[in-house]
Design a protein. Sequence first.
Length: 331
Amino acid sequence: MSYAPRPGRRAGRTALRALAAAALTALVAAACSSPPQAPSTTAPSPSAAARNAFPVTLTHAYGETTIPVEPTRVVTIGFNEGDFALALGVVPLAEREFFGGFDWQNRPWATQAKNGAQPVALASSELPLETIAGLKPDLILGVYSYIDQPTYERLSAIAPTVAPPTPSGEGAAATWQEQTRITGRALGRSDRAEQVIAETEQKLEDAAAPSFAGKKLAMDFMVDPTPYKLGTDDLRAQLFTGLGFDVPATTETLSPETLTPLDQDVIVSLGRTQAQYDSPVFQNLDAVKQGRVVNMGGYTTPFAGALGYSSPLSLPYAADMVAPRLTEVLG
């Protein structure tokens, strides 16, 4: 089955459930992130201690969650959540299953950070509450989980639960930077979160070519039979703004017969079958005729998986895969 994960939701749009990369969640060589660093022997400054102190209270779509002490048993229920805990040096007890055919449990960019551990896989379709309770977590992270309020309340009866910033079906998912900061606060690692953000942004800047700056990029995202032009309201399009491209803010739903909005300086295509790629309507776009298209294949590819996670671990990996091809087509 080929299937890609859900895009971020904005303005009440129903999120697309990924068809192949999580299958995209929405996920290949060595992990791109720095290994967890040994704790410093130097006492933190008062300001640093305050930033990382407990208890901490986080505000989200369904109210507030107070985490009384530094968590040591963390369960991640968001579709990309495990990566964010791992990026901050915390190996979760369990991770939410990634949709589709990609081998998400062995995703290469997370291998080093997992350090041989294999978190329990939680079903993607319906969260197994009994399994979660049996793990005895002291924190449940669900920033990118799209849970509704009743589910949040049931999870909160198990352990302090961090819900998404906006209610299920409304608003947009947090950016990867925001999700990193929320995760850092919940784990008492805000300073590390800022360091990870800065390192990741630098890696994206290093991967970018001068020819990317200001170019208009269309992300062609095919969820058979409907094509979409992803905007930055979808987490998966944010990689390209990090590389310097101009990407629209809002996702558009297109039709197979009306693909003109894709005709930009460059097109990155994901999820098209060969027949759809060869269709006269797609081939008639100027960007296609002039060779300014990067076809990244289907949703079970490592690139699609890395884009679906869109985490500090996976974004540099995805950038290293796509940036050389973008450089090639843009000269």
